[in-house]
Design a protein around this ligand. Structure first.
Ligand code: GDP
Ligand code: MG
Length: 747
């Protein structure tokens, strides 16, 4: 049966349409192919002359149609209409896009539009003889990879490359499925999202039964193309009514953010795509005068200057984020300190008070505490994106990232996630939306939480201070570098074994530079920040309560509890009381569900160097990484909140109670780090090797719950669960190797 189909195919005549700009050489090619035996007629319904001819190559009939010369596939001019209707209605087996190689920039614009329709296409780089004499070098494989189409250099008038062309025609025309596969150009996040929505709608309608790809219809619909609009309104009025609000919403959104129509933005992005392609695949020895954008790229994409400038930009981004968000973070901190003071003073002691204080206020405070940082980071990122610089960064780094199965667009996620210590995985995960390929996006999301985020920093500081006081800076730096290595290496593993798939072709988008509008930046930043609050907010409160419950219940056995009560009653000094209270806290924690899990895991975790108290802290680290520090404080019996010496040391001035409380908190934290470090240093179960193992485990294991919540909302429950389980097991295995290896080497 298969054989029959094949032989049928090979007798079928192939219909080829020649499309191209005026003067690209279509007629010259047509004459060479058909040996001047042209038939002349008219296109249906119009007085435009249609020329067609026939030839037989290796026994196969090839029918060639010379389309009118056009610059684009809009529906404005008669020539454009004729050319487009021929393609859409006659369904030629393939298009030979005749391109004037000496004027690639203008010619390739039509090429892109043809490729966006998706029918089988050969791009014939005509006048290659002239291009070569003028010093143009064209990297054909690169061009093919970028355009996802076959590209062939020819010179129609002297007959160069025509045999290759004739041989390629049946190969492309008989492409196994003969489906139309449109090239997908990224038009920026806003338009891409609208395109996706429209394509989905179109695919689920009867319109999609025709050969015309939904993606192309969607592109044309957003461009308010007359023909597509009319066709939809006539054939599927309900669908048109459903789609129209998407277009209107996008139009007004773009109006506020970029002060442009969708069509203008899309044209810009197409030229941006071509600019990128040109940079990668075409070398000109004679340079023409360049517009500002190209001149800037001369500097910003320069091999030597680009990395320096990039580092400087990232440095400024971080500085800006912390500088701008600092005061707001302070206000929020004051507010929550005030709130907990109020709760402390006005609610009766008991479980409910503990829940509200330690569970809810801490949980909500945790979510909101991140918000200013995230908001300002998004302001910075939006600026970089809207200005066109972000596209350059990904353009530069794409090659390196592709080696690890990632994409140039992954870089922002990793940097924001803590690629430079102090980021946050939540905006990092959200920054992956610019990735079009789902597998690359999921991979990026899964490795982003491995970076040194701001919450891991105090934990790292404490541990390095305790065990490597003389090499603190080096170890912190080493951890950041190690995080990068781990993320890239893990991405490679994921792409090899879990998310296997072809790499997307290199990035070509080089949209023109532009000065972003303030309203655009603020709107983009606001949308993302609000998205975070909405997404993380709901989940994290629930999870904080669960974690608090796990670390609180079950209660101590009645007998143990009353023993403690009795001892507390007879304690005669404040110091004695405090010691007993600390002891009670530890007993309580060990007895809780989290404590029991920590203890139960000890046989396994000890192999990597972690005893039960560390385990509890790591369980607490699910809530937020900085909780590791406070939980260790409790588990190693350090007082955290009621040290009278501390309280007195900071009272004598007349500061307001919130400022005092905040200062107390800071001093407490510093003291906690110091004391805990000291305690660990004295503890015989701890050693530099244990610390090393723990540092690396904290880097890799499950993300915090706010991040997990965002992963869940972005790519679903399956991957959220995967990130918890797989990262934890993965981290464990690595620490097992480090710890056991270290022991064997005698550390
Ligand atoms: P059309 O408008 O696309 O049909 O282009 P034509 O076939 O009329 O060609 C336009 C001009 O380009 C003519 O003067 C051709 O002689 C010239 N031309 C076409 N192909 C080539 C080529 O491969 N090399 C050179 N040097 N000139 C060419
Ligand atoms: Mg012509």
């Amino acid at each position: 049966m298969n054989k029959k189909k094949t032989s049928e195919e090979q007798t079928r005549p192939i219909v080829v349409a020649l499309a191209g700009n005026p003067n690209a050489g279509k007629t010259s090619l047509f004459n060479k192919l058909t040996k001047l035996r042209a038939h002349v007629g008219n296109y249906p319904g119009v007085t435009v002359e249609q020329k067609w001819g026939q030839l037989i190559h290796h026994g196969r009939t090839i029918k060639v149609v010379d389309l009118p010369g056009i610059y684009s596939l809009n529906y404005y001019s008669l020539d454009e209409r004729v050319a487009r209707d021929f393609i859409l209605k006659e369904h030629p087996d393939l298009v030979i896009n005749v391109v004037d190689s000496t004027n690639l920039k203008r010619n390739l614009y039509l090429t892109l539009q043809i490729l966006e329709m998706g029918l089988p296409t050969i791009v014939a780089l005509n006048m290659i003889d002239m291009a070569e004499t003028s010093g143009l070098k064209i990297d054909i494989p690169r061009l093919e990879e970028g355009l996802k189409a076959r590209v062939l250099p020819i010179a129609a008038t002297i007959g160069r490359g025509l045999d290759n062309l004739l041989n390629l025609i049946p190969e492309v025309a008989d492409r196994s499925d003969r489906a139309w596969k449109p090239i997908e150009i990224s038009y920026g996040q806003d338009i891409d999202e609208a395109l996706d929505r429209i394509t989905t709608e179109l695919n689920s309608s009867t319109i999609a039964q025709t050969k015309i790809p939904a993606r192309w219809l969607a592109v044309k619909f957003l461009e308010s193309d007359l023909m597509v609009d009319n066709q939809l309104q006539e054939e599927a009025p309900a669908l048109w009514t459903a789609l129209n609000p998407i277009r209107n919403q996008l139009t007004s959104h773009l109006k506020t953010t970029t002060n442009d129509e969708p069509t203008a933005v899309m044209i810009n992005r197409r030229y941006g795509f071509l600019a990128g392609l040109k940079r990668l695949a075409i070398t000109e020895t004679h340079k023409d005068t360049r517009p500002v954008s190209d001149a800037l790229d001369q500097i910003l994409l320069n091999r030597l200057l680009a990395p320096l400038f990039f580092l400087a930009v990232i440095y400024v981004l971080y500085q800006f984020t912390f500088w701008a968000s600092g005061p707001v973070v302070g206000w929020l901190e004051n507010f929550f300190t005030l709130l907990s003071e109020l709760t402390k003073n006005h609610l009766p002691n008991g479980r409910l008070k503990d829940l509200i204080l330690e569970g809810i206020i801490n949980g909500v405070g945790g979510v909101l505490g991140f918000t200013p940082l995230i908001a300002f980071m998004f302001v910075g990122i939006s600026f970089l994106e809207d200005s066109g610089y972000m596209a350059r960064v990904t353009f530069i780094l794409d090659r390196i990232f592709r080696a690890f199965g990632l994409h140039g667009n992954s870089v922002m996620a990793l940097i924001v996630g803590g690629g430079i210590a102090g980021g946050c995985a939540i905006p990092g995960v959200m920054a992956t939306r610019t990735l079009r390929d789902p597998k690359e996006r999921i991979t990026t999301i899964l490795v982003t939480p491995m970076m040194t985020c701001g919450a891991k920093l105090p934990v790292f500081l404490m541990l390095t201070e305790a065990f490597f006081p003389n090499h603190q800076a080096q170890i912190m730096m080493g951890l950041t570098v190690f995080a990068w290595i781990m993320a890239l290496f893990s991405a490679k593993l994921l792409r090899l074994f879990v998310l296997h798939g072809p790499p997307t072709p290199f990035i070509l988008e080089l949209p023109p530079y532009r000065l972003p509008t303030l309203s655009g930046i603020l709107l983009h930043a606001w949308e993302r920040t609000w998205g975070y609050v909405k997404k993380a907010g709901t989940v994290i409160v629930a999870v904080t309560i669960i974690l608090w419950t796990m670390m609180t219940f079950p209660n101590l056995p009645f007998q143990t509890q009353s023993d403690f009560d009795t001892r507390l009653k007879v304690a005669n000094t404040e110091k004695a009381r405090q010691d007993i209270e600390s002891e009670l806290k530890v007993a309580q924690l060990q007895n809780s569900l989290a404590g029991r899990i920590g203890t139960a895991l000890e046989p396994l975790s000890l192999l990597a160097g972690f005893e039960w108290r560390t385990n509890i802290a790591l369980v607490g680290g699910f809530a937020a990484k900085e909780v590791i520090l406070t939980t260790m404080g409790t588990a190693y019996a350090m007082s955290t909140s009621s040290d009278p010496i501390l309280a007195e040391a900071t009272t004598p001035d007349g500061k307001s109670s919130t400022t005092k409380a905040k200062e107390n908190k800071e001093v407490e934290e510093e003291t906690l780090i110091h004391n805990l470090g000291h305690a660990l240093n004295q503890n015989p179960t701890w050693s530099p090797l244990v610390t090393m193992s723990l540092l690396i485990f904290i880097l890799i294991y499950a993300p915090c719950f706010a991040t997990i919540a965002v992963i869940y909302k972005e790519i679903g429950l399956k991957w959220a669960a995967f990130s918890v389980v797989a990262n934890t097991i993965y981290g464990y295995i690595i620490c097992l190797i480090i710890y056991q290896g270290g022991l064997a080497l005698g550390f």
